[in-house]
Write a protein that binds this ligand. Structure first.
Ligand code: NAP
Length: 276
């Protein structure tokens, strides 16, 4: 069994980007919009800002009060669209329920839509011609590629149909000629699909959701889930037992999470390439 070491792979990607940025020697601004005070968001944002600092990217955090209106968020996005020093931006989710996050995503200029969540970015992904692919799905594909895990002709069981994970990942996988079964909370007899899969990707958000009896010998297991249990971060997979049957498996933490962060900077590099 091989651990898919997202920490190591993401560090290599970050080092490679650092080298490229040093050669370019340009001021690159990256805006993070954070509405409210979600504690998980705070951790993610701190991580992203730390990486920006390491890479010499100028991170600008716009921390807005919980009571801000959707129009005020959109006004900020429009200002950032017009600011040439800003190469890209993200709107951290979740946002308070009175704000329609999709409306806000759709106001982000296509080139600056680093998370790839706008309708245009998602549409281009479906058509196979994306500029920015959302970071978690992109990071998963990069990790599989790094370990030379083939996708063509493979049966993939993807347990998630959200806009940020399942739907973009489905498109990337079929683009690579995998056969994908997309499962969700209304799927009946989930084990039928997981047991038949060469690759199981779980992004459910439930600890020990994937157990050893649900997978076939030699399966590749990608654990996207992030669950906080007594201050400890855990995935969806019963790692101890599943890893005994799997051929490759991602740990949590240290698997998909760091790849997601690295892909933000991979996407910022797309903007720089487009500029040339
Ligand atoms: P989400 O929108 O809540 O999606 C969860 C998915 O799991 C839904 O499609 C849901 O089905 C499905 N599901 C729930 N219970 C199920 C069950 N009993 N059987 C089968 N499917 C079930 O969450 P998300 O934003 O996509 O995130 C999913 C997980 O990934 C979370 O733990 C999140 O923290 C983590 N995540 C990690 C990263 C990373 O970088 N590592 C990035 C993003 C998200 P329905 O659609 O029917 O509700």
């Amino acid at each position: 069994m091989t651990i898919l070491d997202g920490k190591k792979v993401s560090n290599e990607i970050i080092e490679n980007i650092k080298e490229k940025l040093e050669k370019i020697n340009k001021k690159i601004g990256f805006a993070i919009i954070w509405v409210g005070n979600n504690p998980a968001s705070e951790i993610y944002i701190k991580n992203k800002m730390k990486k920006c600092e390491y890479l010499g990217i100028e991170a600008k955090l716009f921390h807005l009060d919980e009571t801000v209106t959707e129009n005020e968020v959109i006004k900020l996005i429009e200002d950032l669209n017009n600011d040439e020093s800003i190469y890209g931006m993200i709107l951290q989710s979740p946002v308070p329920s009175h704000i329609n996050i999709v409306n806000c995503f759709n106001k982000i200029a296509y080139k600056k839509d680093i998370d790839g969540f706008s309708n245009v970015s998602v549409g281009n992904l479906c058509l196979g011609n994306p500029l920015h692919v959302s970071c978690t799905p992109k990071g998963i594909i990069k990790l599989l590629d790094y370990y030379n895990i083939p996708l063509e002709g493979k049966n993939v069981c993807l347990i998630n149909r959200s806009n940020i994970v399942g739907k973009p990942l489905f498109n990337l996988l079929i683009e690579r000629n995998a056969t994908v079964t997309m499962c969700h909370s209304k799927t009946k007899n989930l084990e039928l699909f997981t047991k038949n899969a060469d690759i199981v990707i779980s992004a459910v958000g439930k600890v020990n959701f994937i157990t050893a009896d649900m997978i076939k010998d030699g399966a590749v297991i990608i654990d996207v889930g992030i669950n906080r249990v007594n201050g400890k971060v855990m995935g969806d997979v019963d790692f101890e037992n599943v890893s005994k049957k799997a051929s490759f498996i991602t740990p949590v933490p240290g698997g998909v999470g760091p790849m997601t962060v690295a892909m933000i900077f991979d996407n910022i590099m797309n903007v720089i390439k487009e500029e040339k």
